[in-house]
Design a protein around this ligand. Structure first.
Ligand code: ADP
Length: 515
């Protein structure tokens, strides 16, 4: 079989740009596919962080025909992991401080529809091989709402196009905007409508992906089931049910080159299941540099997360005094809701060196907290997959999680049976509320007091394997399972004239230009 060419379109990819687990997924999967022999190119906006991290040799190409966005070019290079990376450069849209979606004050960029419309337009151009770049994908792998419209663009193209896989990482982000975005996307008004990308009078970028992609994937088997019901479907459960068996769950893997206590060079000392001594050094480093009072026999619970309703950050604020009272210390690293950030900082003043809070985003601190802590609090009201609890396992830091989505697939709750069988790796609670979380904390503290048992659980946790291999095999099967690029994919649909050629909506000319 010829080498599969995969265009991976995303709004984040570690280490070029990261706001959460999506970045780890894109880089981890792209690297794993590359190792399986795929020719993968990641397509990403040229944020300042991406321009700083991309590796050479670098070429720049001018992108013509997208005048409504201003001057656009494409920068071709490689990620530090050696995967091909193409950055869509448009300084008026991407050269800003902040993260991929928000400014430094945590407010969504008001022109996000335009910012990600451009990513989709350039993606469409590359997917159809229009221009001097001879590379053309067999498969376009789309991730979350910022890339959804590309599925519609390709479905409606009057040209042979690659197959599309749309991966839902989080249903809660619908990517809503006004319908006047359609000309920018080069999509006809006909796509509005219940079976198209309309969501109660708005356009939903997410719905575009799930309505038009050839296949829809979610990032765990449990979440694939959960989102078919109103509780987790975010208003799109009906649209999802309509896709029937074309939605599958493939649980994420993790990249153990980045997240493994044995090889992590960001932490004070390496350690593994059969040599746990280094963990004590990591704990000492955490106490010293983060300002926690050193206390023997008191466990440190870490919380490393976006501070959002999904991650039960409000419940953490309410639970913190009781967790300290029950006999644990807290080390919190988080960015998100400003009121919650303030409330957490107030708690750290109140509890001085028993609760430490680092507001903000700090990749290195995340590794050091994971290594130095005894347990990880990873509660969630819903969780498509969750990576942080899987990382915690490999650091022997036992996760305390709610029984939902990917959390319940990756953690084995400590009950008499699993403890006896030596399979327990963490603590799980059913009621996603304060009482539920505190109940699990209490159980964790009880096991912690039995140090032999706790250490056995640490070894179980470290020994679990969630590497990308299993998921990559399933993605490759999925790619192979889809009909090859063929004439039957040509769907006649009305198109909106945007450029000079009325038949080819979004295709500009990609002309090589000197840098
Ligand atoms: P989600 O993608 O929903 O935010 P995941 O558990 O899948 O949750 O992934 C979270 C990723 O983001 C992890 O790599 C975690 O280390 C990282 N992360 C979250 N918050 C922070 C933060 N404040 N500082 C550094 N890393 C963070």
């Amino acid at each position: 079989m010829s080498r599969r060419r995969v265009l991976m379109v995303a709004s984040e990819a570690y280490p070029l740009a990261k706001a959460g687990g999506l970045a780890d997924y894109v880089s981890g999967l792209a690297k794993a596919l590359f190792r399986e022999g795929c020719d993968v190119k990641i397509l990403l906006p040229a944020y300042p962080s991406a321009l700083a991290a991309i590796k050479g040799p670098i070429s720049r190409f001018r992108v013509d025909g997208l005048d409504e966005f201003g001057a656009v070019s494409l920068i071709a290079g490689r990620t530090p992991g050696d995967v091909g990376a193409w950055l869509v450069d448009c300084p008026s849209l991407y050269a800003r401080d902040g993260d991929p979606y928000q400014d430094a004050d945590g407010k969504d960029w008001p022109d996000n529809a335009r910012r990600f419309a451009l990513l989709n337009r350039v993606g469409a151009l590359l997917a159809t091989g229009n221009g001097p770049l001879s590379w053309r994908p067999d498969l376009v792998h789309l991730n979350d709402w910022p890339t959804g419209p590309l599925a519609a663009m390709l479905k409606l193209a009057n040209a042979p196009v690659p197959r599309t896989v749309f991966v839902i990482h989080n249903m809660a982000f619908l990517g809503l905007c006004a319908a006047d975005v359609l000309p920018l996307l080069g999509l006809p008004g006909e796509v509005l409508g219940e079976s198209g990308l309309e969501f109660y009078g708005h356009v939903s970028f997410l719905k575009a992906g799930l309505s038009y992609a050839d296949r829809v994937v979610t990032v765990s088997e449990s979440y694939a089931q959960e989102i078919l019901a109103p509780e987790f479907g975010c208003g799109l459960d009906g649209a999802l049910r309509a896709r029937g068996d074309r939605i599958i769950g493939i649980r994420n893997g993790v990249d153990y080159d980045e997240w493994d206590s044995r090889v992590d060079n960001r932490i004070a000392a390496g350690y593994g299941a059969h040599d746990l001594a280094g963990k004590a050094l990591c704990r000492a480093e955490l106490e010293q540099h983060f300002g926690l009072r050193p206390r023997r026999d008191v466990p440190i619970f870490a919380y490393i997360s976006r501070l959002t309703h999904q991650k039960m950050a409000d419940v953490l604020v309410a639970a913190a005094p009781e967790i300290v009272r029950q006999g644990a210390q807290l080390a919190i690293l988080g960015r998100g809701d400003r009121d919650i950030e303030r409330a957490l900082c107030e708690l750290s003043r109140q509890f001085d060196d028993e609760v430490i809070v680092r507001p903000g985003y700090d990749e290195s601190a995340a590794h050091r907290l994971l290594a130095g802590a005894d347990a990880l609090l990873a509660p969630a009201r819903f969780e498509p997959c969750g990576l942080i609890q899987i990382y915690a396992l490999r650091y022997g830091t036992l996760p305390i999680v709610s029984r939902v989505g990917g959390l319940k697939e990756t953690v084995v709750d400590a009950d008499p049976e699993t403890l006896a069988a030596g399979t327990a790796t963490g603590f799980m609670f059913d009621d996603r509320c304060l009482a539920g979380l505190l109940g699990a904390v209490e159980r964790a503290l009880a096991v912690y007091r039995d140090r032999k048992r706790w250490r056995a659980m640490m070894r179980n946790a470290i020994g679990r394997d969630f590497s990308w291999q299993r998921a990559v095999t399933r993605y490759l099967e999925l790619y192979d399972d889809m009909a090859p690029v063929a004439a039957e994919r040509r769907v006649s649909a009305p198109v909106t004239k945007v450029g000079d050629d009325a038949n080819v909506v979004y295709l500009g000319n990609l002309a090589a230009a000197s840098d």
